[in-house]
Ligand binder design. Structure first.
Ligand SMILES: [Fe+2]
Ligand SMILES: [Fe+2]
Length: 261
């Protein structure tokens, strides 16, 4: 992998940055310049479709217009690429289609949030939530659930989804960002919900998002990789999810070591 020097206004960039992580900024942002790095995104490319299991590509394309905010398109496609690998680690029955559809839809709600809310969701300090405004993290899950309900009813699945499956997908979308609630539930939550949480959270450990977030969140790679290492236990619900995250973490540790030399 090649690293290059990078500069970016208002954040201290890593000394070197991987050549294959291309970043863009929205053209007409209304955010002040010192906050625009929160809006950095990896531009969508058709080649990301290759990693998606074939049977879900058509539905993914249908949802894609709702995924072009906050690198959600690339995020969703990359995480779908881990579906088979993670599910193959379980020997209990799992409704794979429910997990895949929930993953495709879980972040569609970001498309309904403002730039300011997107920026806040990435840790802007000094932007207070207006009174009564929902935390953007909470809000994006609620908006995703609305889009999910509509898309599940509009699309002709073969074989059709039953009502129980639709309900489970919506529940998974609502809980996808609440690992503590899912892991600590008194009555164990369905495995499909647990797997959505874990597949979603693998994103932080991938090459693309790790490096994107060093700039987007303005954190040095060495510090960020340590933060991820520290948080792994609370961030994943299943042991198999943790295991896969650990494998990705080791790849990131190797990359950080290269630039720290
Ligand atoms: Fe999310
Ligand atoms: Fe997500």
């Amino acid at each position: 992998m090649q690293f290059r020097k990078i500069s970016f206004p208002n954040v201290v960039p890593p000394t070197e940055f991987p050549d294959d992580v291309k970043l863009s900024l929205p053209n007409n942002s209304n955010l002040p310049t010192d906050q625009q790095h929160y809006l950095l995104f990896i531009p969508w490319e058709e080649s990301y479709l290759i990693g998606i299991p074939r049977q879900y590509v058509d539905f993914f394309k249908r949802v894609l217009p709702h995924l072009h905010t906050r690198t959600t398109d690339v995020h969703t496609a990359v995480c779908l690429g881990y579906l088979d690998e993670l599910l193959s680690q379980f020997d209990q029955p799992i409704n794979e289609r429910v997990v895949a559809l929930a993953l495709i839809l879980h972040d569609s709600g970001w498309s309904k949030l403002s730039e300011k809310e997107i920026a806040m969701s990435l840790g802007v300090s000094g932007l207070k939530l207006t009174e009564g405004a929902k935390n953007p993290k909470e809000k994006h899950a609620l908006e995703s659930a609305k889009i999910t309900t509509k898309m599940l009813n509009d699309y002709d699945f073969i074989p059709p989804l039953n009502e129980k499956e639709k309900e489970l997908i919506i529940q998974a979308v609502l809980y996808h960002d609440k690992p503590e609630e899912v892991a600590g539930a008194e009555i164990e939550m369905p495995i499909e919900i647990q797997l959505l949480v874990d597949l979603d959270h693998l994103w932080s450990f991938t090459h693309q998002n790790f490096w994107q977030d060093t700039l987007r969140k303005g954190v040095q790679p060495k510090e960020y990789v340590q933060n991820l290492q520290r948080d792994i236990d609370d961030y994943f619900v299943t042991d198999q999810g943790k295991e896969l995250a650990l494998k990705l973490l080791n790849e990131r540790l190797d990359e950080v070591e290269v630039i720290e030399k």
